[in-house]
Structure formats: C-alpha cells, structure tokens
Write a protein that binds this ligand. Structure first.
Ligand code: PXG
Length: 460
C-alpha cells in the first residue's frame, strides 16, 4: 500500500468497533454490519482515501457540503485562531462576539438586499425547526395567530428531526416516529416520472396550482407558509419546470402565505448563483441554510429572514422565546467567514457559473446525450442528475430502478468515483473548486459505472 498517511488500525477492526456502537443513517444496520462500511480516513481537494488506501474522486462534496473541497488550510487556521482567542461564547443574556458579527456582515453582503437577519443553528434540520416556530411567531405578532399550517411537498427533504421530517415529504420517515399537527403536503414537480402526457410547462403550472387548491382547502387564514427546496436535492436532484416557481410565488403573495426556500443544498454557489432561488428567479421570505456555509468543516446552519419579517419580530415581537447553546458558535462562525471569503475572493461561484458549470454540462450532454440508459440530464452549475429510462420515448422507468441506481453507485465506488443514487437517478455535485480535469475524470468514471449498469439492465 502506498498511503499518504499511516492508518492506525486494520479496516476490520474499525468495522467491528463501528458495528458495536453505531446506528447509521438510512440503512438496515444489520445488513451494513455484515458488509462493513468503508472507512474514510483522509481528504484533500476533491479526493478521499479509505483505510485500504483506495482513492476516490468525491463527486458529491461529502453530503453536498464541501464547497471548497477537503484539506483547506485557511479554514483550519481560522478554526485554530478562533479557538485560541475565544473557543466558546454565546448570544444569550445580552452578549455577542466579533466572529458571528463579521460572518453576518459578509453573509448579508452576498445575499439580495431584502434580507437582513439570521438565526444561527447547528444544522439544516434545526434551521427548519426554527423556521416553523419563527413563521408562526411572525403571524402571532401580526395579529393572525391562527395562521399556523405549513405546506411542504411529497418527497421534499428538510431534515431528520421530528418537525423537519414532518415538513419533508418522505413517507417512510413519517412512518418512523410520526408527523406533527398543522403540516400538509402537495405533490413534487417531477415531470419525468409524473408528468404523463403534459408538457413540462403545463405540468409545472399544474403542480404549482396544487398549492392554491391546498390553501383554499385549508383556508388561507390558517396557512402560515409554504416550504420547498428550489430544486429537490435528497429527493433526486429534481429541477422543476420553468413555469413552476413564478406561479408558486404568485400564489404565496396572493394568499399572504410566506414563501420559505430551503437552500441547505442549493445555497453557497452550487448553481453558479450564490443561492438557488436566484437561479430560479423568485424571492423567498425565508432561507434555510447550512452545509456549504462552512464547507462542512464544522456544523452550522441558520434561518435567514426578510427585512419585512425581521422588522415585525424586532420592533413588535417582544421576547423571542428561542435559543440554542451553540447558535453562532464562534469557531463555526470563524470557519464560515473564512469559507465565504474564499468562495468570494477566489471567484469560485463565478467560475462555476461561467466556466466549470457549463463545461460539466457540455461534457455530460456529449457523453450521455444519446446513452441507451439515460433518458434525461438535469442540472446546472456543479450539480447534475442522470435519469435512467427503460424506454426513452415514453419515459418508462425500470421497475427496479432503485436497485439499478444503487448498483451504479457501487460500480462508481469500484471505479474510484463517488456519485449518489436516488430512485432511478444518479446525482453528482462535486466541490465547487473542481477543475476541468477533475470534471473530466468525474464524467469518465461515471460513464464506466453507467455503462456497466446498462449492461446488467440489458441496454448495452
Ligand atoms: N434541508 C435540505 C434541503 C437538506 O438537503 C437538510 C435540510 C437537513 O440538514 P442537516 O444538516 O440537518 O442534515 C438537508 C440535508 C443526501 C443527503 O444523501 C441530503 C441531506 C443530508 C444527508 C444526505 O442527499 N440533506
């Protein structure tokens, strides 16, 4: 083995101890224990190494979060300096600190001017927990306390805590531990699977109109907000048709329902814009953020509020009965600040928009445009999904598309590339610092994995 590090233990020993102590996310634990998880031990740039010394090109930025890639010394230096100076303090009981103030100044310089305030959290799930309470509080302050219901979307993902998973539309998550009251769902705008005979524009409009129907059914006087990801991430990297967001925005405005964008995946340059709602051209009232805020180096999230909401809460709201020990944690804030400075000062978001994003999509269209297994390529910036199709003309999907996609992901690991599978879609979201050469490698290795999958599906 030629490793750039000394592994401390044998892989089997790590795996045995892992199995003895952990319940992993979204897997059958017993099956995983039998197989043994891969043990990741090092990261540098876009690359990861496991405990066997195998190198992978990480085509998923960890879990859609390492915008700057691994091993950035400016981020570790920022964390170390902040730990030396002030490792912890908080924003309770009339205190604050410079790291969080500087972070917010920079954050709001990057956001459109109609946002002014943020409530920091440790994660995206928490951002959405805070969202529900903040939105309800806003309507209380405005004298409309009956406006409490949040509308989300089936197959949306907003986190794994109780209220966040209730806002989300993953039924198998609802089944484990229940829903909460005053949450409703409408369909997702997944044209490829659900569009039937409608063209994408008409389908997008119909999906948006479901929001209007749901608001009328529940009574606009009872509906507090609509939450959605600008594009669905965990649900399969699904882009809505262009007709969708303008219609959703119209409906929210017409019925005085807050438009809440979950930017946990879409934020911080993924689409080539700083925030995904800017790419889709709508103006949410709140933004849930996390992941790329710190490039995943430390946990941090937040709920960004429009000036209109913040003004009501600050000027008329009295005591805001909420607080987390680690809101605006100084070390996380220092890392987020260094991360946002790098994304801005190194021109990384612009590079995604003008260079690497278009380059990736041109490559994908060249390689997969006529591929026998691929029915559609979606995405923009450093974000893409390949949709498997059994019959392209009719958009018929494989009955076992989930298994095929999982197999494709496994082939990817064997080829040394990490891509994600969801239902019948292969997703890539590499670090925003990816070079053209790294994107070449990403697409090349993905092609090998997709070809191998096409062979077992009888398509090659
Ligand atoms: N909102 C969105 C849109 C997300 O994608 C969360 C909230 C929750 O964030 P936290 O920080 O609490 O995990 C997420 C998280 C995947 C995957 O494989 C996606 C997420 C998390 C883990 C895996 O697509 N998204």
């Amino acid at each position: 083995m030629n490793l750039p590090f000394e592994p401390q233990r044998r892989t089997q020993d790590y795996q045995a101890s892992d199995a003895a102590h952990h319940i992993h996310a979204f897997v059958d634990q017993k099956a995983l224990n039998a197989e043994g998880p891969r043990v990741m031990v090092r990261g540098e740039g876009l690359y990861l190494w496991d405990s066997e010394g195998k190198r992978y090109l990480d085509g998923m930025s960890g879990l859609w979060c390492t915008q700057l890639g691994y091993g950035r010394k400016d981020l570790t230096a920022a964390a170390a300096a902040q730990m030396d100076q002030l490792a912890y303090y908080n924003m309770f009981f009339h205190t604050t600190h410079p790291a969080v103030i500087e972070l917010s100044e920079l954050l709001f310089s990057l956001l459109p001017g109609h946002y002014s305030h943020v409530i920091y959290t440790n994660s995206g799930s928490e951002a959405n927990e805070v969202l529900i309470r903040t939105v309800r509080r806003y309507w209380q302050v405005l004298g409309k306390p009956q406006k409490k219901i949040m509308i989300g979307r089936w197959n949306g993902y907003h986190g794994s805590t109780l209220a966040a998973s209730a806002l989300g539309g993953m039924k198998f998550m609802h089944e484990m531990g229940g829903l909460i009251p005053d949450v409703a769902h409408i369909d997702e705008p997944y044209w490829y699977a659900q569009g039937g005979e409608l063209n994408p524009a008409e389908f997008g409009r119909r999906c948006a109109l479901q929001l209007e129907e749901k608001i009328l059914e529940l009574g606009a006087q009872n509906v507090a907000g609509f939450i959605a990801e600008p594009f669905q991430g965990a649900g399969g990297m699904i882009f809505p048709p262009e007709s969708y967001w303008p219609e959703i925005q119209r409906i929210c405005r017409q019925y005085d329902v807050l438009l809440c964008a979950d930017e946990v995946i879409g934020g911080f340059g993924r689409t080539g814009e700083w925030f995904a709602h800017q790419y889709f051209g709508f103006e949410p009232d709140t933004l849930s953020i996390a992941k790329g805020l710190t490039s995943g180096y430390l946990p941090m999230g937040g709920l960004v509020l429009s000036k209109r909401m913040a003004e009501a809460l600050v000027e008329r709201g009295g005591v805001f009965a909420h607080g987390l020990t680690y809101s605006g944690h100084p070390v996380a804030a220092a890392v987020a600040l260094a991360n946002l400075k790098a994304l801005r000062d190194e021109g990384i978001v612009r590079q995604v928009k003008d260079d690497t994003g278009p380059y990736l999509h041109k490559l994908l269209h060249e390689v997969f445009g006529n591929h026998p297994l691929i029915g559609e390529i979606q995405g923009t910036g450093l974000l893409a999904a390949l949709q498997f199709a059994e019959e392209k003309d009719t958009r018929k999907r494989f009955a076992n598309e989930n298994d095929l996609a999982w197999q494709c992901r496994t082939f990817g690991f064997e080829e040394g590339v990490i891509i994600r599978s969801t239902l019948g879609r292969m997703i890539m979201a590499p670090a925003l610092v990816a070079s053209r050469a790294e994107l070449d490698e990403l697409v090349d290795k993905t092609r090998i994995a997709v070809d191998r999958t096409a062979r077992i599906a009888g398509k090659l």
